[in-house]
Ligand binder design. Structure first.
Ligand code: ADP
Ligand code: MG
Length: 421
């Protein structure tokens, strides 16, 4: 892998970075040459009766692939009271005077993590992605269940995995209360694949619970921290980009050790009208809020926070990572404009919050090159990760394809030499 000269302060894209093709369903980023003037095409609300359960990318008609959210809606969603049903980051159940929030997330080798992942990082991340769903619901973590399918019983690996997991669990006073452990079956030529599934349980304030369906026209859209660095780390790991230190380590930390925004999620109780955690990409996850709330939105591109490392990258790659890169585990939330002054002061989990757009009644999601109404619309064609509508299996493959499909100069501004040196 070519290395970046130590004096380089911006990432460079390696020569092999342009090989994957963009599939016809445009699951990867494609920016037209006049990128500063058109409108965003993200899968957003169609304005039907609210709340709609799930977003339906991949309609699943004759011959069409069944998308992840369509198949959940079609085969698993049943009529239940809204807060107990499918569609939010957590489901709620009332037990006596308490209301519990439940969520479960699964991590598969080769799909959610690379086979050579550091087991301590994996232990942390397996729990973190679940706590992130509790954070989205404003829940206080209580306990969790751990299911493991292990290819082998390796004491050193298990020691490191459990160390990473329990360090995060202790930090949030969240106890492991049970689970299940099996051997992952292996074939004659293949080792079994590691699978980790965690169910996390938290407590919420029943009367002030927020899901994804409470966004209203006029609400501001906010985000915690910043997005995109995890996607950049993945591109680096796949040899598609070189990132100089210290930015490289910062990106890798974002990918391997996500911080669930528990404190911020709690602090937003009573203020935020809707929220979601960004696991699959900012546009797609915000799209879930729009869909469930039957509203549309405008995002202000210059207001969307991004790490300094993106300053040296083509705009197309910034769009792909910041708007559609997964694995960030920030919270996107909506709140009335009357809470602006309070929210601007909000800090927690080591980050602040940024106001990045506004909810509108017109369906769809628009990206504008500024906040004022005359600011030009930006057209990007990006989709967040879908397990069944993806150019390659798994978020790891998807995010890398997003980044790899972009070449220096593909930013619509004609700058062919805008990265590295
Ligand atoms: P998240 O990214 O927050 O984990 P997902 O986008 O994976 O949520 O899932 C969307 C919704 O669909 C959630 O409410 C989740 O609980 C629900 N869901 C996902 N898979 C299933 C399933 N197999 N059966 C029932 N509900 C499911
Ligand atoms: Mg979530």
């Amino acid at each position: 892998m070519p290395s970046v000269p130590s004096s380089a302060s911006t990432p460079s894209i390696l020569p092999n970075a342009s090989t994957p093709s963009i599939p016809p369903n445009a699951s990867t980023a494609s920016i037209p040459p006049n990128a500063s003037t058109a409108s965003i095409t993200a899968n957003a609300s169609t304005g039907s009766a609210s709340p709609r359960p799930l977003r339906g990318r991949g309609a699943g008609g004759e011959g069409a692939p069944l998308g992840e959210f369509t198949l959940i809606e079609r085969f698993f969603a049943r009529s239940t009271p809204e807060r107990q049903g499918i569609g939010d980051d957590c489901a709620l159940i009332d037990i006596g005077s308490q209301t519990l929030a439940l969520t479960s997330d699964m991590l598969l080798e080769g799909v959610h993590f690379l086979p050579d992942v550091n087991p301590e990082d994996l232990g942390h991340k397996s729990l973190a992605v679940n706590l992130s769903d509790l954070a989205a619901a404003g829940a206080r973590p209580r306990c969790f269940l751990l299911d493991l399918a292990l290819p082998r019983a390796d004491a050193a690996w298990l020691e490191a995995f459990s160390r990473g997991m329990f360090a995060l669990a202790q930090a949030h006073e969240c106890a492991l209360i049970g689970g299940d452990t099996t051997r992952a079956p292996s074939g004659p030529d293949s080792a079994g694949l590691l699978t980790i599934a965690i169910t996390a349980i938290g407590e919420v304030d029943r009367d002030r619970y927020r899901g994804r369906s409470g966004a209203r026209p006029g609400d501001d859209i906010w985000i915690t921290g910043s997005t995109g660095e995890a996607a950049l780390a993945l591109a680096y790991r796949r040899g598609q980009i070189e990132i100089p230190e210290p930015a490289r380590s910062a990106c890798i930390l974002r990918m391997d050790r996500p911080t669930p925004r528990i404190a911020l999620g709690r602090a937003l109780v009573g203020t935020a009208t809707a929220s979601i955690d960004v696991s699959d990409g900012l546009l797609g996850d915000l799209g879930h809020i729009l869909e469930r709330s039957s509203v549309g939105a405008v995002l202000y591109w210059p207001a969307i926070p991004r790490a300094a490392v993106f300053g040296g990258l083509p705009l197309a790659m910034q769009y792909a990572c910041v708007l559609a890169g997964g694995d960030d585990y920030e919270l996107v939330f909506t709140a009335p404009a009357s809470s602006r002054a309070t929210l601007q002061q909000l800090v927690g989990d080591g980050v602040g919050v940024s106001r990045i757009g506004q909810i509108e009644s017109a369906p769809g999601l628009r990206l504008r090159d500024g906040e004022h109404h005359g600011a030009p619309l930006i057209e990007v064609n990006l989709q967040s990760f879908d397990h069944f509508v993806a150019p390659s299996p798994g978020p790891l493959g998807q995010a890398s394809a997003d980044v790899a499909a972009l070449e220096p100069g593909a930013d619509g501004h004609g700058d062919k030499t805008g990265v590295g040196s």
